[in-house]
Design a protein around this ligand. Sequence first.
Ligand SMILES: [Fe+2]
Length: 187
Amino acid sequence: MSGSGDMHSELVALLLADHQEAKRLLERFDGLPASQRDEAFCEVTYELVRHEVAEEEVVYPALRRYVDGGDDTADVRIAEQSTAEQLLADMEKAGVESPEFPSMFATLRTDVLAHAEAEERTVFPELSSCIGADDLRQLATRYETAKKAATAHPHPHAPDTPPGNLLLGPVAAVVDRVRDAVRGVRT
Ligand SMILES: [Fe+2]
């Protein structure tokens, strides 16, 4: 009904900025020297997980609540996110130097970009057009706060540390840690 009236709501602008950053990290990976790939993979993992969990906690519940047919869309998109998280876990287990890693990374990139495109085409316009301006502003604040809370948790990189994944830990643990941080946020 009455959306924000803007071309993009602030919430959608935040989500699009995350997508741009994810695309940048995914697209630069192949050009990196082998010595930087471990840390770059950790960065990709962390950025994707933080974004996906914040979406699952803030954005998709709003889609279910405010948008006709939102439940079905949310189920499909969240299933894609779970598949990506599983792939990240498999990639971590295989290791960046394993022979299968490049094709796993290519699959991740293709899947994540297709998922992001589907969100941009269907989910984001529906959020902007079906949710009132005040609610959209609140969602944007919650989304930003949730992401910040997740950032406050130990970050995988510091310049003088051993390969990032030693600090990042198993992907499943990162997902749990980020989810706990995001759920701890009540605005
Ligand atoms: Fe997204």
